[in-house]
Write a protein of this length. Sequence first.
Length: 159
Amino acid sequence: MRYINFEGEATISPDDFFMAEALREAHYALAEDEIPIGAIVVCQGKIIGRGHNLTERLNDVSAHAEMQALTAATNYIGGKYLKDCTLYVTMEPCVMCAGASYWFQVGRIVFGAYDVRMGFGRLNQKITHPKTLITGGIRENECSELVKGFFRKKREMKG
């Protein structure tokens, strides 16, 4: 979504801007042949944590983009709670990552593509902290197509 600032110049919303940064992380995952999902944590307009999927490289099924970004953010602030922070992630978080966001007390989660098979929303949105605000569908097509293209290429390589 584009906005017009006071000088009459077209700008993008903060959510679009930060989702572009999460997409940048997803492209790092893609370059490493990981499922291309990226995440960042923003606090007071500043990126304080970044991450992308590392499950293959680390041989760790819990090394999701969100977990990497959340851990980096708490290391940055020197505390374990992210109440005043926003987690931007290119794909709707899975149950594990949504549950982790509860314990980190993330103030807001913004995601790109909905994940109807593995996303936390299909089970129960109460898995996140009661005060966490959720926004989905930011740059949805771009985020979705990145993952779909990855799996399409994988299928072509097998067949």
